[in-house]
Design a protein around this ligand. Structure first.
Ligand code: R7I
Ligand code: MG
Ligand code: MG
Length: 317
């Protein structure tokens, strides 16, 4: 059992890690590959670290889990929709805004996801927002899988979209269970994820990730694992960024940005796992202090931690 203050720090780290990764990666999308010096200079000159749809939707997931004390599909869809309506300029993917409009016209929440693409979206939009699910259910893997799937269903009903979200949630959960600073075993970490995931597309990518440990050629990494907007071309990549740079939040997130492609999302997901492993103390102070809405995101993380304590009977209501 982890001490209380470390566990709280991991809740905050997973949510703040998403926000910081997203904000760091934003602005570098599609422009590959970047050298480290250019990225660091741009970041140094940036004032506020603005986040995008990734964090905006992650906030929605946390808000709904906290308000309903667990998953409630209609409520989470309402929160996504009203958050989107308030700030539609956050850089949403093409699918979700269409679905939110259908929801407003009265479509039931659990049928929306099938109405885009054929068989639903396999974009990474369900995985990018999943950190609160990984945090709240880090010690209850059956519920983690179930809530990852059903919260994905709202916008991403394709099995590859859902599986990517469940894999990302599980990576966060496994990182929760590890003592930061202890010697990190990337092979063992990836093997756990391989045992968990139910789709061969992900299993194959994770096996490739194992072989790429120690490699620093960003074109090779992006070529082997992908750096695209599809969940199977970004979730394993984010996991690799974390696993190959586990001792440093900064290095994990900067690797995600150096890969190019869907930089905000891959960095958001790598940041979530790294924050869940190292705790919020792992996030560089300079990045942390510049994150837009930091205080609110931290408040949500603390409420999520309080909910976890109550669910475990460790705190009176
Ligand atoms: O997944 P989604 O919410 O987008 C998230 C991305 C992140 O990078 C954010 O930072 C933001 O920039 O957007 O949005 P969707 O529209 O569900 O899916 C995103 C993309 O995935 C689509 O534009 C398609 O390119 C691809 N995609 C598919 N392509 C073909 N067939 C998703 N599903 C399909 C499909 O079934
Ligand atoms: Mg985004
Ligand atoms: Mg993105």
């Amino acid at each position: 059992m982890l001490p209380d203050d470390l566990l709280r720090s991991k809740f905050v780290g997973a949510l703040i890690g998403t926000g910081v990764g997203d904000a760091v990666g934003a602005g570098f999308e599609g422009l590959a590959p970047f050298d480290l010096q250019t990225i660091e200079t741009v970041l140094e000159e940036r004032g506020v670290f603005r986040y995008t749809d990734d964090t905006h939707m992650m906030i929605g997931v946390a808000e709904s889990l906290v308000a309903k004390e667990g998953f409630d599909g209609a409520h989470m869809t309402e929160v996504f929709t009203s958050n989107y309506e308030a700030e539609p300029w956050r850089g949403y993917g093409p699918g979700p805004p269409l679905l939110f409009r259908m929801f407003r016209r009265g479509e039931p929440w659990d049928r929306l996801g099938e109405k885009v693409y054929h068989g639903g979206s396999y974009g990474n939009g369900a995985a990018m927002r999943i950190a609160p699910v990984g945090a709240l259910y880090h010690d209850d893997i059956e519920s983690l899988r179930e809530v990852a799937y059903s919260s994905s269903q709202i916008t991403h009903s394709h099995e590859l979209g859902k599986e990517g979200a469940a894999l990302q949630a599980y990576a966060v959960a496994v990182a929760f269970g590890m003592q930061p600073g202890s010697s990190f075993d990337a092979e063992a970490f990836l093997s756990k994820l391989i045992d968990f995931v139910q789709h061969t597309a992900y299993r194959e990518k994770l096996l490739r990730a194992k072989k790429l440990m120690g490699v620093d050629d960003v074109s090779l990494i992006a070529g082997e694992l992908g750096h695209g907007v599809e969940a199977f071309n970004s979730v394993p990549t984010a996991i690799y960024c974390f696993a190959s740079r586990a001792s440093s939040f900064k290095d994990a997130v900067l690797l995600a940005v150096r890969l190019g492609g869907d930089t905000d999302t891959i960095a958001a997901m790598a940041g979530a796992i790294s924050g869940a492993y190292l705790g919020v103390e792992g996030v560089p102070e300079r990045w942390y202090s510049k994150l837009e809405n930091r205080v609110y995101i931290e408040e949500l993380a603390n409420k999520l931690y309080g909910l976890w304590l109550r669910k475990r009977g460790l705190l009176s209501p």
